[in-house]
Design a protein around this ligand. Structure first.
Ligand code: IMP
Ligand code: MG
Length: 418
């Protein structure tokens, strides 16, 4: 389907291969936009055998003729962004005049990251397994109306006052809950002010920037980070990230109305992975899990943690398609399943002797479901392989939307199916 506005959304717990899909679709858009999340994301892209990992900057930055916007639905870490820009410069990627940051974007400070670590230590048994990038504390401060926005730094007095206010707020939480003092605010303020001066040229009113781009007829790609099951409201709460990862979140932070976004590509692996804690009904802790991890190189792009691995889960996929409004699917990493003798797909859950096609609403209930599997004969990754077609055809029929492309771990191209 042709649409000026294209969204790429993960349908699992992140790491579906969105980065690679976006890269393969580079002919389809001129402006790339990140609309949620922060440096917790890690989008891995292979360029001439070289591995590039982007955290906060949209993948569009890798194509010289495209522009990239970090919209206000994100949370921005100046020091992480500075490092990312340095990495790009090392590769001779020119970013001046191509990268834009919405001034409304809330900032992540060092104390947010420290709190992330302290909270995980304190919770231990109930920990979330976060990426320790300060995402939860930064979004909390946005919601309680204490956040410092990127654009606040344009006015030194405003920035200083707001920063001090936030620092005091965070400091009280720190003292009461963790009994640890924070580093002096002056140093941290100065550090961020210096970074701001370096980044100042990238500031924009993101809403008006996109209005102008729309009027110029530019095609846009909204680049999802994480995945539907990590959405703070609709995912496996509390084992989620702190932003809205579903497509509805695009309109909130860009001013592009929901009805304009007609093509929503859901990305799913042909098996399932998850990093961090939380329920995972089809997880395989046996050899097969190990095999998937090794073959698929399933280690976190941001933290290097081994990912938990298991079979494809159709109840979760049906639900993810529902909450994201995905209009088609691109299925990734088919090479990983290829050559495995018997492949399983979870078709339904059993709960107290009853069968369900969708997951229960709460995470504690998802822990208790028993996956029901259908077994498939293994396939080889070659054109029109009969067993591969059977596998894909079955999944398509079960989820109700087309799998338009498949892809492999290292291949740069998508393989068209319809
Ligand atoms: P946070 O986003 O760092 O707060 O982490 C919350 C949960 O989301 C943890 O389970 C993380 O492992 C997971 N998570 C966050 N970002 C990503 C990502 O980009 N890929 C996969 N999982 C992620
Ligand atoms: Mg990732």
């Amino acid at each position: 389907m042709n649409s000026k506005f294209l969204a790429i959304i993960g349908l699992q717990w992140g790491d579906e291969g969105k980065g690679k899909v976006i890269d393969a679709l580079k002919g389809e858009y001129e402006v790339g936009i990140r609309f949620q999340g922060g440096a917790n994301a890690g989008h891995t892209i292979f360029r001439e055998k070289e591995k590039i990992i982007l955290h906060q900057i949209p993948s569009a930055i890798l194509c010289q003729e495209k522009e990239a916007l970090i919209s206000c639905g994100c949370v921005l870490d100046f020091s992480a962004l500075d490092r990312e820009i340095e990495e790009l410069k090392k590769r001779n990627i020119e970013i001046e005049g191509r990268l834009f940051i919405d001034e409304r974007t809330p900032l992540v400070f060092d104390f947010h990251k420290e709190e992330d670590i302290l909270e995980e230590e304190k919770s231990r048994k109930n920990k979330i397994g976060t990426t320790m990038r300060g995402i939860g504390p930064a979004y909390r401060d946005l919601i309680v109306r204490k956040a410092v926005k990127v654009g606040d730094f344009k006015d030194l007095d405003i920035a200083y006052k707001k920063f001090k206010d936030l620092w005091e707020f965070a400091s009280e939480i720190r003292g009461a809950r963790y009994g640890r003092p924070m580093k002096p605010y002056k140093d941290l303020f100065d550090k961020n002010l210096e970074l701001f001066k370096k980044l100042r040229g990238f500031l924009a009113d993101g809403i008006l920037y996109l209005k102008k781009k729309e009027e110029e007829g530019k095609r846009m790609l909204f680049e999802g980070a994480q995945g539907a099951m990590l959405d703070v409201l609709l995912g496996t709460y509390p084992y989620v990230t702190s932003s809205h990862t579903v497509s509805g979140s695009i309109s909130l932070s860009t001013g592009i109305a929901p009805w304009k976004i007609k093509r929503i590509i859901g990305v799913s692996k042909c098996y399932t992975t998850r990093v961090g804690e939380g329920p995972f009904p089809t997880e395989e802790s046996s050899e097969i899990g190990e095999l998937l991890r090794e073959k698929g190189q399933e280690f976190g792009a941001t933290t290097g943690r081994p990912r938990r691995c298991g079979w494809l889960d159709l109840p979760l996929l049906r639900y993810a398609i529902r909450i994201t409004g995905a209009t088609e699917i691109i299925m990734t990493k088919l090479d990983v399943l290829s050559g495995i003798e018997k492949i399983k797909v979870c078709t339904e859950y059993e709960i107290d002797g009853e069968k369900f096609k969708f997951p229960p609403p709460l995470a504690y209930e998802l822990y208790k479901v028993k996956p029901i599997y259908k077994e498939f004969e293994g396939f080889e990754l070659k054109e029109k392989d009969e067993n591969l077609m059977k596998f894909l055809g079955f999944v398509e029929k079960e989820i109700g939307i087309k799998i338009t492309h498949i892809s492999t771990t290292k291949g740069e191209e998508l393989i068209k199916l319809v």
